[in-house]
Design a protein around this ligand. Structure first.
Ligand SMILES: [Zn+2]
Length: 95
């Protein structure tokens, strides 16, 4: 399973963690010096959520920005301990 959003395709990016020393010029020092660069990864904030895809409910990997922007269609929440008299009624509410 790759770390990739199934909606926008966002995936892991590679960058650097930059180590600095010294006091900033604004604070009266002689400036900040870079003493090291280490490779690091930036992972997207992926969540496994249940979603309606092509009419069926399945679990998808989706980033939180796509969840917030409403690209995801969440499955219908059914109340527990409720016996429905007509099973065809629940599918009509799913629109
Ligand atoms: Zn996304």
């Amino acid at each position: 399973m790759s770390r990739r959003c199934e909606y926008c395709g966002k995936k892991t990016e590679i960058g650097y963690q930059i180590t600095r020393r010294g006091l900033a010029k604004a604070k009266g020092g002689v400036g900040r010096k870079v003493t090291g660069r280490t490779k690091r990864k930036f992972h997207p904030n992926l969540q496994q959520v249940r979603a309606v895809v092509d009419g069926t409910v399945r679990r998808v990997n989706i980033c939180t920005r796509c969840i917030k922007s409403g690209k995801l269609k969440k499955p219908l929440r059914r109340d527990r301990f409720v016996v429905s008299a007509s099973p065809a009624k629940s599918s009509a509410e799913a629109s």
